[in-house]
Design a protein around this ligand. Structure first.
Ligand SMILES: Nc1nc2c(ncn2[C@@H]2O[C@H](COP(=O)(O)OP(=O)(O)OP(=O)(O)O)[C@@H](O)[C@H]2O)c(=O)[nH]1
Ligand SMILES: [Mg+2]
Length: 260
């Protein structure tokens, strides 16, 4: 209804407030986008893999940034987790990125407990979020959610089969995080070996009942690309996707550097 019409109905001398812009429910998507962009995005990645498999290199490539961090020595007494949070910005989109790396994974002679510190870390983040949710006065909008969105699991390019450590760790983690297995340094083996290796890994994961992340195919607009991604798993190298980061950003990320 035009403002003059409103003034006429409201009577003489009524104040008519002119509209600042278009009003209608067709502006709702824009409102949601503006709200999300203003608030910024939060994404937490857990990189699990043996020392020197290229975890830091992949993160640097994916986010086109040089993150701090020194290479780890192979003489760590146990597995620890190192978490770093960065504020990134690409055009007007802000991303609060938390990268959690395993330190000393696979370096011990007795690897029986290697998965424990990772499981404990993931559980601690769930617990922290639960405690925030349980508060009478919750501040979830400003709370830094540190729960892991995606776990990139780096598999050594042996060309043979999965190590017991990999199977045990993935099995322990699969009910807690979205696992995206990645064959690290896949340029170290030939294409035919790589194809066989991927088949072998897939069959081992299936026979051991390890659930890896499946890209959703119920949304028609992304069903085709996502089923291609599902078929490509475990990713040859740096193909990363998660349920939380936007499809587009991730598809771009996947094509960075080494690609599918
Ligand atoms: N051939 C090959 N080398 C790689 C690849 N990615 C990383 N590297 C090399 O592997 C070495 C170790 O890479 P990093 O990214 O530091 O590995 P990391 O897993 O972060 O190592 P830590 O943090 O010490 O556990 C570096 O010299 C990299 O240049 C790859 O895809 N192929
Ligand atoms: Mg590193």
């Amino acid at each position: 209804m035009a403002s003059t019409e409103i003034a006429r109905q409201a009577g003489e001398g009524a104040r008519a407030v002119p509209l600042a812009g278009h009003v209608g429910f067709d502006s709702m998507p824009d409102q949601l986008v503006n709200k999300s962009v203003n608030h910024g995005f939060c994404f937490n990645i857990l990189c699990v893999g043996e020392t020197g498999l290229g975890k830091s290199t992949l993160m640097d490539t994916l986010f086109n940034t040089k993150f701090e961090g020194e290479p780890t020595q192979h003489n760590q007494p146990g597995v620890t987790l190192k978490s770093n949070t960065y504020e990134l910005q690409e055009s007007n989109v802000r991303l609060k990125l938390t990268v959690v790396n395993t330190v000393g994974f696979g370096d011990q002679i007795n690897k029986e407990d290697s998965y424990k510190s990772i499981v404990e870390f993931i559980d601690a983040q769930f617990e922290a979020y639960l405690q925030e949710e349980l508060k009478i006065k919750r501040t979830l909008h400003s709370y830094h959610d540190t729960r892991i969105h995606a776990c990139l699991y780096f598999i050594a390019p042996t060309g043979h089969s999965l190590k017991s450590l990999d199977l045990v760790t993935m099995k322990k983690l699969d009910s807690k995080v979205n696992i995206i297995p990645i064959v690290a340094k896949s340029d170290a083996i030939s294409k035919s070996e790589l194809a066989k290796f991927k088949i072998k890994i897939t069959s081992e994961l299936v026979s051991n009942g390890v659930q890896i992340y499946q890209f959703p195919t119920d949304d028609e607009s992304v069903a085709e690309i996502n089923s291609t991604m599902n078929d490509a798993a475990p990713c040859r190298e740096e193909c990363v996707q998660s349920s939380t980061v936007s499809q587009l950003t991730l598809q771009e990320a996947c094509s960075v550097g080494k690609g599918l």
